[in-house]
Ligand binder design. Structure first.
Ligand SMILES: Nc1nc2c(c(=O)[nH]1)N[C@H]1C(S)=C(S)[C@@H](COP(=O)(O)O)O[C@H]1N2
Ligand SMILES: [Mo]
Length: 326
C-alpha cells in the first residue's frame, strides 16, 4: 500500500503530487511508529535507507507550479535516462552513478561574498524552505521531460552566501573525482575535458524566483543519477545549464567560462535560453521529443516561462543578437 502511494508519479494520468496523499502518508508513518526505519530503501535500490532528509519531501506543492501543462515523466524512466558525463557519455549511467558518495557532502562558498565558508549539505537544507514544483525540462539535444522537483529557490542560497557589491555572476561546480567517476579519468577524452563540470548565471538570473536548487524529486531525495544531493534547475534554459551534484559555489565579478562553453562555444553558449527560432548549428530547436511518449512537441520561447523571465533580457537582444539565446 505504501509502495503504491510512493509510486504515485508512475501512474500515467497523474499530473502533480496530490499534497494530501503525501501528508497522509507521513501521518501514517508517524502514527505507526515507522519513522526511521527507512521506508525508501525498499522503494528504490541504492537510496540509502538512512537518508536523514527523506522526511522533508515532497514539501508543500507550490500552486503556481503544480501543473507544468504536460504529463509528468515516469520516475523509472527519468532516473535511468540521464546526461551525467562524469559517469560516461551514454544515457545509461544510473548504475555507475551509485558510486557517488553523498554523505558527508560539503559545499564551499567562495569569491565575492562577505566571508568565504563551507557548509555541510545536511546543515544547508535546514536553513532553507523546501517546496515542490513541477517544471518542464528542455535538453539542448531536443528532448524534454517534466519533473516534480523538490528543493528551494536559488535566491535563498544567494542570500545565505551574502554576496558583496562586486558579485555579478554565480558559478556552480560539480565534484572532480576520477576514482568514482570514470568519465573524469584523464585517459578517457584525451584529458581534454575541462573538469569539473561548471555552469554560471548572472546575479539577476540567480535571484529570479524560477531558479531552483533541487534536492529532491518524485517525493524523495533526488537520485544520484539526477544529481544528488543538490543540483540546479533553470527551466527556461537548456538542460546543460542545470549543473548536478554541486559542491562549490563561487560569486564572481567576471563572467566565468562553463564546461560546455570551453568545449563548444558556438554550440553551448553562456545564455542558453530555450528558443525555437535559433537553431543549434547541427540541428533545429523548433520542436522537442517527449522522453516518455516520443511525441513531437513545438518548442516554446523560454520553454514557456517567458512571463517569469523575459524581463531579465529586456533590451539585451539588440545588443547581443541571437547570441543571447545560444
Ligand atoms: N555535473 C553535470 N551536470 C549536468 C550534466 C552533466 O553531464 N554533468 N548534464 C546536463 C544536461 S545536458 C542535462 S539535459 C541535465 C540532465 O538531467 P537529468 O539526467 O536529471 O535528466 O543535466 C545537466 N547537468
Ligand atoms: Mo542536456
Amino acid at each position: 500500500m505504501l509502495i503504491k502511494t510512493i509510486h504515485n508519479w508512475e501512474i500515467p494520468e497523474s499530473r502533480a503530487t496530490s499534497e494530501h496523499v503525501f501528508l497522509n502518508r507521513r501521518k501514517f508513518i508517524a502514527a505507526a511508529g515507522f519513522a526511521g526505519i527507512g521506508l525508501a530503501s525498499g522503494i528504490r535500490p541504492g537510496l540509502a535507507a538512512e537518508d536523514p532528509t527523506a522526511g522533508l519531501y515532497p514539501g508543500k506543492l507550490n500552486p503556481a507550479y503544480a501543473d507544468a501543462g504536460r504529463k509528468v515523466t515516469p520516475e523509472a524512466l527519468n532516473i535511468t535516462y540521464n546526461n551525467f558525463y562524469e559517469f560516461g557519455t551514454s544515457k545509461r549511467i544510473s548504475k555507475a552513478a551509485e558510486a557517488l558518495v553523498i554523505r558527508p557532502w560539503e559545499i564551499a562558498f567562495e569569491g565575492e561574498i562577505e566571508t568565504p565558508f563551507k557548509m555541510q549539505f545536511d546543515d544547508l537544507i535546514k536553513k532553507v524552505q523546501i517546496e515542490q514544483r513541477v517544471y518542464r525540462h528542455r535538453c539542448v539535444e531536443a528532448w524534454s521531460m517534466t519533473v516534480p522537483w523538490s528543493g528551494f529557490t536559488l535566491k535563498q542560497l544567494v542570500a545565505l552566501a551574502k554576496p558583496n557589491a562586486n558579485a555579478k555572476y554565480v558559478k556552480f561546480e560539480t565534484f572532480n573525482d576520477p576514482e568514482i567517476a570514470p568519465g573524469q579519468k584523464p585517459s578517457l577524452f584525451g584529458g581534454s575535458y575541462p573538469w569539473p563540470y561548471s555552469e554560471s548565471v548572472t546575479m539577476e538570473e540567480a535571484n529570479n524566483d524560477l531558479a531552483f536548487m533541487v534536492t529532491g524529486a518524485y517525493g524523495k531525495p533526488v537520485a544520484k543519477s539526477m544529481g544528488a544531493p543538490i543540483r540546479l534547475h533553470l527551466p527556461w534554459k537548456y538542460g546543460f545549464k542545470s549543473a548536478k551534484s554541486i559542491n562549490k559555489i563561487t560569486f564572481t565579478s567576471e563572467r566565468p567560462k562553463s564546461f560546455w562553453e570551453v568545449l563548444g562555444p558556438r554550440e553551448y553558449g553562456f545564455w542558453a535560453n530555450v528558443n525555437p527560432e535559433v537553431a543549434h548549428p547541427r540541428w533545429s530547436q523548433a520542436a522537442e521529443r517527449d522522453l516518455e511518449t516520443g511525441e513531437k512537441i513545438p518548442t516554446i520561447i523560454y520553454n514557456g516561462y517567458a512571463e517569469q523571465v523575459a524581463s531579465l533580457y529586456d533590451g539585451m537582444k539588440d545588443e547581443l543578437g541571437t547570441a543571447l539565446f545560444k
